[in-house]
Design a protein around this ligand. Sequence first.
Ligand SMILES: [Zn+2]
Length: 178
Amino acid sequence: MNKDEQDKAAATMAYVEMRRESIRRKLADVYLEYYDALCDELDGTYWMPCSGLRSIEEQLALYNKGRTQESLAKGERIVTNARPGFSPHNWGCATDWVENKPYFDWSDMWKKSDWVGLGSAARRVGLVWGGDFKNIVDKPHVELPLKCPWSEIGRIYMASGKIVANEAILQNALYYKL
Ligand SMILES: [Zn+2]
């Protein structure tokens, strides 16, 4: 690597670390141990979270993609089956990742990322990887392992009208503890 390339690599790595920290700040406590373990697995790589906690409003906007007339008119497709409150992102228990290598074009990143590398790192720390999903395969996605479907957690949200006491609910539902 020449000096320019070294500088670019160092700047990209600093950006990746900043993203890991800023996304981390809004995650649920119950997910943090897994998240940190995944970051340790990905240490020295350019894997970077691009999304973590997602509000109910943001989830509704995603759910509407490919479903409302307005969205269909724009040619959008369905991207999620999770209604607001039914996604682990709404609980701060999921992250989406992309490999931000210094020489990648942003437009190429989704094609070029080594998804198998992310998936195996996620599995090693006991997280659920969206690349293993049967319905909508979601390779950037990593989530907390639960004994029950997230729709059950979502129903608790629907009943209360807001996300409350999620730590206790999620601790009870955890598939296993690290
Ligand atoms: Zn996701």
